[in-house]
Write a protein that binds this ligand. Structure first.
Ligand code: HEM
Length: 460
């Protein structure tokens, strides 16, 4: 691309057709307009593009190389199984650097990514997750007991509080006390900053004290780092055997036998917080948003919970993740060298993106895709390239089992204690974007009634 083309494109215009890349068709509107559609109304915008341009189309957003959105399972497979040196997801996540730090698994590619992933994987194995069941159940039960009953409340803030507590206890391994209080406060502030619009400007953090929010961020970050360091020092000195994720990371070793460094531990703890807190809280909020609008599914789920069953609970979690994926796309992969996908060759200068939302709402894959019907997962197991709420391949979400376990426990904790109905006359809640996630527009409004408090049935 020439300098003038580049300048024009950054001012809001896509490069002229034929200038360099042979990408699938997509909207011809200025980049600023496309960015607005993608930011403000992501779901209708994606649907419109697919109906106009088909299952592979190109979005041109401000300040970043084009995104080629793909939703054919065979294209998704090609993305998830491409060699690590050909597609780089890590580069696309650089925006998270100030919060998660340079060693974060989210930001790395190729060898360095694999090294971190191998260190972290054992902490997320099935039996390790099962060992955390008791702790997560305890946290969920005490949180749910504290929720307001009898009047409409948004469930999303409750779920955020709950998933934060789970991360502090099960990942950071904190016990009730001063350090937990302090870290809950500091990490909450770090996350709020990460969600603010100014955090989307990559250079913003270097401006330091020029902006009050940023000055604050640097201070909060320094304090948070000091608290995490103190926690790590204490745990290294203690040496006890525990079930939390930090314990597993402290036991992990590089190939040369050296343990994870303090910097690696700090960055990966922050990564797990960023990747695991808001995502799980939002998905749980969507679960209730969908359930209160689908009474048949809700009563079947309550019956399964009461009977201590598993099948319908699991099917409901899968259907929630299909119908309302909190991330509409898997990590965009920057193309580093030529790759053929769907009969077209892609080269450097664009990203290929597995579009989770569009795969999950393809009537050729899921008949009647807009209905919420957990039964579809009683009939069929989820497919590797057709059910992709956790992405796939060597970048598949490390916390998928953790998130599923947590959703299972929270659904049971709520439904065994409360009756839940819609809090806003059942009016549909629109999708609202919150940073890279999409959340229920009104926070998943619901009315909770303690089940024990239900009026006794009137005698006939
Ligand atoms: C319902 C909740 C969650 C959803 C929907 C979700 C979804 C995702 C997605 C789509 C990716 C990108 C995969 C790709 O690009 O192929 C990802 C990556 C990741 N997730 Fe999750 N996630 C959730 C919860 C969690 C939790 C609870 C944790 C940990 C405590 C976690 C840790 C991670 C990590 C470390 C990665 C990066 C993996 C890598 O790059 O190798 N996630 N997640």
């Amino acid at each position: 691309m020439t300098r003038s083309h580049w300048l024009l494109s950054q001012c809001g215009y896509p490069e002229p057709m034929g200038a360099g890349l042979n990408l699938p068709e997509g909207p011809r509107a200025p980049r600023a307009w496309q960015s607005l559609g993608w930011q403000k109304r992501p779901i209708p915008y994606l649907e419109r593009c697919r109906s106009k341009y088909g299952k592979a189309f190109t979005l041109r957003l401000l300040g970043i190389d084009p995104f080629v959105m793909m939703s054919r399972p065979e294209d998704v497979k090609a993305i998830f199984t491409a060699p690590p040196e050909v597609l780089h997801p890590g580069e696309g996540a650089a925006i998270l650097l100030p919060v998660v730090g340079p060693n974060s698994i989210l930001l790395l590619d190729e060898e360095r990514h694999m090294t971190q992933r191998k260190l972290m994987l054992p902490a997320f194995h099935g039996e390790k997750m099962e060992a955390l069941r008791g702790l997560v159940t305890e946290v969920a039960s005490s949180e749910v007991e504290s929720w307001t009953t009898g009047s409409p409340v948004p469930l999303h803030p409750y779920m955020q509080g709950l998933t934060m507590e789970v991360i502090l206890r099960a990942v950071f391994g904190l016990e009730q006390g001063e350090r937990l209080e302090r870290l809950r406060y500091l990490l909450g502030r770090m996350l709020r900053f990460g969600m603010s619009p100014i955090a989307l400007i990559p250079q913003a953090y270097r401006l330091g004290r020029l902006h009050p929010d940023l000055a604050d961020f640097n201070e909060v970050r320094a304090e948070t780092d000091a608290e995490i360091q103190a926690l790590v020092d204490e745990r290294r000195a203690g040496g006890e055997d525990r079930d939390d994720v930090l314990s597993m990371l402290l036991q992990a070793h590089h190939e040369d036998g050296s343990p994870m460094s303090d910097e690696e531990l700090r960055d990966e703890l922050m990564t797990l917080l960023v990747a695991g807190h808001e995502t799980t809280a939002t998905e749980l909020s969507w679960a209730f948003e969908r359930l209160v609008r689908n009474p048949d599914a809700l009563s079947r789920l309550v019956a399964d919970v009461d009977a201590g069953g598993e099948e319908y609970v699991t099917a409901t979690i899968r259907e929630t993740l299909r119908r309302r994926p909190v991330l509409t796309i898997a990590g965009p992969r920057r193309v580093m060298s030529e790759i053929e996908i769907g009969g077209r060759t892609y080269g450097p200068g664009c990203h290929v993106v597995a579009n989770i939302y569009l795969v999950h709402h393809d009537p050729e894959i899921y008949p009647d895709p807009y209905s919420f019907r957990p039964e579809r997962f009683l009939e069929n197991e989820p497919g590797t390239y057709t059910w992709i709420p956790f992405g796939g391949g060597r970048r598949r979400c490390l916390g998928a089992s953790f998130a599923t376990l947590e959703m299972d426990i929270v659904l049971r904790a709520v439904l065994s204690r409360m009756e839940v109905r819609a809090g806003n006359d059942g009016i549909l809640e629109a999708h609202r974007r919150r940073s890279i996630t999409v959340v229920p527009g009104d926070g998943a409004q619901a009315v909770l009634t303690a089940r024990a408090e239900r009026p006794a049935p009137t005698p006939a």
